[in-house]
Design a protein. Sequence first.
Length: 50
Amino acid sequence: MEAKQSTAKYWALCFFWLAAMITLLFVYREFFWLALPGTVTYFAKAMDIM
């Protein structure tokens, strides 16, 4: 059985990318999709899906 690792770092990165995505959505609407991979990846890691 594997030991559970802390996901606080992944949550922090998830919220950073979410803020970046929202900022890009309002400032540079055509580039907001560049932050989607970071947001989805770190959300999945924070939820311990990956």
